[in-house]
Design a protein around this ligand. Sequence first.
Ligand code: ACO
Length: 327
Amino acid sequence: MADQFFITRAVLTGTGAYLPEQILTNEDMAKRVDTSDEWIVERTGIKQRHFAGPHETTAFMGAQAGRQALEKAGLAPESLGAIIVATSTPDQMFPATAVRIQAALGANNAFGFDLSAACSGFVYGLSVADAMLRAGQVKNVLVIGSEVFSRLLNFEDRATCVLFGDGAGAVLLEAREVEKSGPGLLSTHLYADGALGDILYVDCGTDDNRTPGHLVMHGREVFRHAVNLLAGAVNDALAENNLTAAAIDLLVPHQANKRIIDGVGKKLGLPAERVVITVQKHANTSAASIPLALAEAVQDGRAVPGKLLLLEALGGGLTWGSALLRL
Ligand code: ACO
């Protein structure tokens, strides 16, 4: 009888973060390209970004963040079941960044794979981990977002090179039997529209028409789609859980642009203190941005047990999605 009140959920038990040592302010960028602190702040809210040094690869940063999440959760690396790394900037085509990280952590019993969904990668990763945990395939999953976009930036394109930064964030999710009102991932919603693939992409790959290695973004087009698509993803999350925006304790959005974040926050009617914003310090770290923001909110005491968090992201693909998580 009691069973009906309990449910298997993916519960967040640890967070971790890693940011490269080198910080570049907008003034530093202005020495490199024709831009200004005023233009960048007004259009994006960004004040500075971290750029990885040679040793700070996607795998290195991801392992640092992942190790921290394991330590916070008190889980030994050998007890880890799986590692999912959301990244669009893997160290190599293969092996997957996830298995490099598996080796670095000594997580000898874990399997791992990379997941490519650009800036939505972390939300996609949560969704895959959630399904694996609820199906009983593994007992715990480390979901990492790690990116070195600085290595793909075209410094001839001032409208994109000022927007991105590097870093890694991680969460440990563990399968737990909880009460329905208890903690865990309540839902994830994923979306894609490949017809919009050419408004945001990286021009390298195995397609022989490509010239290697830059991120290309038609910023206005991306902006035009972002707020409405994200609002749709967020509303679907609320509707599925019979909630209104008033129930959200913290919005933890992908950190691409403060104007997009403010737009979604406004549509939801959320006051500024209920929106986690790190874009001013980190710029857009793609799949790493949500776990970095989450780790910060945990660290500073805003994200504590019992709080209801709404995560949302949109990125190249286009891909977008939302996740509702009770801590
Ligand atoms: N510094 C100074 N001036 C600049 C810069 C710069 N860094 N970049 C562009 N400009 C100039 C342009 O040359 C143009 O000048 P002009 O009017 O004399 O021709 C003017 O600023 C306006 O250029 P736009 O590109 O039209 O600028 P816009 O107002 O659209 O802002 C921006 C550009 C910030 C990229 C905006 O479109 C945006 O935020 N888009 C969303 C992008 C985004 O958030 N992407 C992330 C989501 S997906 C992901 O995370 C990968």
